[in-house]
Design a protein around this ligand. Structure first.
Ligand code: GCW
Length: 678
């Protein structure tokens, strides 16, 4: 059968003879259900899923007698009111749930309605994967904030989106037809995402006009049945540009009053709005620094406005000067986040969360974790990951990002010489913060596949799964996605697993190695090789490559001091070449091309070899995929094959451009005689 991808991993494909393996109850009982609530959605989803997988129509009842079997869904309170206590539930947190398939009835109870829906999706996901063994398990989230950020512009375009125009906006306004928005909310709810910030962080203040405020109401109505709260990005200068005030100074009482008022208007339309996301004083965006106010003054202004409504402010740490001078050896964009935020620790209101990109620069193929994560101790923080592969081939390359995210999340920052993994910092556990979590920049558009490529959906899926529980294994998560998306064929499983798990290392190999960054064109497209674009401009993504040497000296003793922004244990590791891992060597050190790595290869030979290796892996992806002909439906088979052929060709372009560039610069021959001598 043809698959256009619009159901993502929620296909509920029939399982042959499923009814021989397991008897699912024939009824669903939803407790205290009201139309449009997440419990109602849970009931509907169960009907749809059981129908799809087992070909069986569930009856719906509002109660059950003790000796007959049913799927019982409801909040824990509702369950207790109906049936008395439930043993073994454990302590459920907000959004947590308990799923038991051990008894006569299947019991799905949530701490809140959202948890109930998550439980229904979990049960269905297990069934859809043929996991029929009985379980009785409690599931709790590690972090309360699990949002996507949609960089959608009001004109319908999407910043760094590669899947067609926006599902949220068109021609300056919120769309009329919200069908796709519901479909997206459904997918996100199934991976336990609980918030969507719908518009670009480079925000347009006309989002706040009357027609759009009404539109926000409609969007929130479309998401609410899925337990997803709507959030919006704001333009800091709105009081002036949109409100007509003479200033947007955060300490001007008139500005404060303006924000309080417009916030009340927003909450009239969206009473459960999640909150605001703000990019201030970054890449030309307005902010408090214009008035010599601090970034905390700016964040707290929004915090005061949303506080009476229970809202949050996600304030981005992506603040840096994009006109720094490459002539200055100690200038460093990677220092910016700590430089701008360290002295503000503890000065943010309680409902502010500082949202930090995973690395210190910008979603590169390899970066050390942002040092700000272990710097802020009295401020709630969240991590920003990028699902849309801006620097990873923009969905014309397969790059499964689960392993990259895991590596960052498992990084131990050793704050105060104690275990301080990033995942435990952003969950709030490590520094005992009440808030924290995840923002995933999504890039979803109107394309039927959502992200513009079938295989890219593993990234969206993995994002939600890891945001809920970052200790999960990236390959396990991937395989769940493969089973749900492509079924049970062993070869399909093996090949897509192999391709996906090799894809990030391959991309790193044929783009930028050893921590030099992606080496893509950073000035315009962020697509394709352009190592020359990194240097001699104010963006600070420098490689400092010359005829004999390469890399950024970020040491304290001789460089930008960036290594010193990490806790002492990490700082001393990064300060010394001997203890810096090879894959971050050029991030922290400026070395000759002939510098020996731990592998005993020189830096330049590693570049040459890695580029051949990475490109060869990408060639193999084509054959690997071709071996699945007939095992994947025609539509998806052809679509993916097209992408893989492109990737294979583009990987050669990458390989040869990068190798030739460094050969021309260094004039050091490739020992294998592949580069240069043409
Ligand atoms: O890396 C840059 C992107 C911009 C983006 C910015 C940011 C939304 O190229 O497109 O703007 O990061 O994260 O604010």
């Amino acid at each position: 059968s043809a698959e256009d991808g619009s159901q993502g991993w929620l296909r509920y494909a029939p399982i042959a003879n499923a009814n021989d393996y397991i008897t699912v109850p024939s009824r669903v009982v939803a407790l205290n259900v009201t139309r449009g609530s997440p419990v109602y959605t849970a009931q509907q989803e169960l009907e749809r899923g059981i129908k799809g997988i087992f070909g069986k129509q569930l009856e719906t009842n509002s109660s059950v007698t003790s000796n007959s079997s049913a799927i019982i869904v409801g909040t824990l309170d509702a369950y207790r009111a109906a049936y008395g206590d439930l043993e073994d539930v454990g302590d459920l947190l907000d959004d947590g749930f308990f799923l038991s398939t051990e008894g006569l009835s299947v019991i799905i109870v949530g701490n809140n309605e959202r948890g109930v829906l998550y439980g229904a999706f979990e049960y269905l996901s297990r069934l859809a994967q043929g996991r029929f063994l009985p379980i009785s398990t409690m599931y709790n989230p590690q972090a309360p904030i699990r949002w996507t950020n949609e960089w959608n512009n009001l004109d319908g375009s999407i910043e760094r989106g590669y899947a067609g125009p926006s599902i949220f906006f068109r021609d300056g306004f919120v769309v009329d037809n919200v069908t796709r928005v519901s479909g997206y909310a459904r997918l996100l709810a199934s991976i336990r995402v609980n918030g969507i910030v719908i518009n670009n962080v480079n925000a347009n203040a006309t989002l706040l006009n009357d027609r759009n405020l009404q539109g926000l109401g409609r969007l929130a109505d479309a998401m609410r049945p899925y337990g997803i709260q709507l959030g919006i990005s704001l333009n800091f200068a709105s009081p002036q540009d949109f409100g007509g005030l003479p200033s947007f100074d955060p300490l001007d009482p008139k500005v404060d009053a303006w924000w309080a008022n417009i916030t009340d208007e927003v909450y009239k339309r969206v009473p459960d709005m999640a909150g605001y996301l703000v990019k201030a004083n970054s890449e030309g965006q307005p902010g408090p620094l214009t008035y010599n106010r601090t970034l905390a003054d700016g964040a707290n202004m929004f915090a005061r406005a949303v506080k009476p409504h229970g809202g949050l402010v996600m304030f981005r740490a992506f603040v840096y000067d994009n006109h720094i001078s490459p002539a200055n050896w100690t200038a460093d964009r990677a220092n910016a986040a700590v430089d701008f935020f360290q002295h503000l620790d503890g000065k943010f209101d309680e409902n502010v969360v500082v949202q930090i990109k995973y690395g210190a620069i910008d979603f590169q193929v390899r970066e050390p974790a942002n040092p700000l994560f272990s710097t802020l101790r009295n401020t709630s923080t969240s991590i920003e990951l990028q699902i849309t592969p801006e620097y990873f081939g923009q969905n014309d390359h397969l790059v499964y990002l689960g392993p990259l995210w895991k590596e960052i999340l498992e990084t131990d920052m050793r704050a105060d010489s104690r275990p301080s993994k990033i995942k435990d910092i952003v969950s709030g556990i490590r520094f005992k913060r009440p808030l924290g979590g995840y923002a995933g920049v999504s890039g979803v558009g109107t394309n039927a596949t959502w992200l513009g490529s079938h295989l890219a959906m593993s990234n969206l899926y993995a994002y939600g799964r890891l945001a809920w529980d970052a200790s999960q294994d990236a390959e396990d998560v991937l395989q769940d996605w493969i089973r749900l998306t492509f079924g049970f064929d062993e070869q399909v499983m093996e090949i897509i697993t192999d391709m996906s798990m090799k894809s990030w290392p391959a991309y790193e190999n044929y783009s930028g190695n050893l921590g030099i960054q992606t080496l893509t064109d950073i000035l315009y497209t962020h697509f394709g090789p352009n190592p020359a674009s990194q240097d001699n401009n104010g963006w600070g993504q420098w490689t400092r490559a010359d005829k004999v040497s390469i890399g950024m000296d970020r040491t304290v003793k001789n460089g930008t001091g960036n290594a010193g922004q990490y806790s002492p244990e990490l700082a001393s590791m990064y300060e010394n070449i001997e203890t810096t891992p090879d894959n971050l060597l050029l991030w922290f050190h400026h070395v000759p091309y002939t510098q020996r790595l731990k592998s005993n290869k020189t830096v330049i030979q590693h570049f040459y070899d890695a580029h051949y290796e990475g490109a060869a892996t990408a060639q193999k992806f084509v054959e690997q995929w071709e071996s699945l002909k007939g095992k994947v439906d025609e539509e998806r088979y052809e679509n993916v094959l097209f992408e893989q052929k492109f990737q294979a060709g583009h990987a050669l372009v990458w390989r040869d451009s990068i190798n030739q560039f460094y050969y021309n610069l260094s004039e050091i021959p490739d020992v294998a005689k592949r580069v240069g001598n043409h």
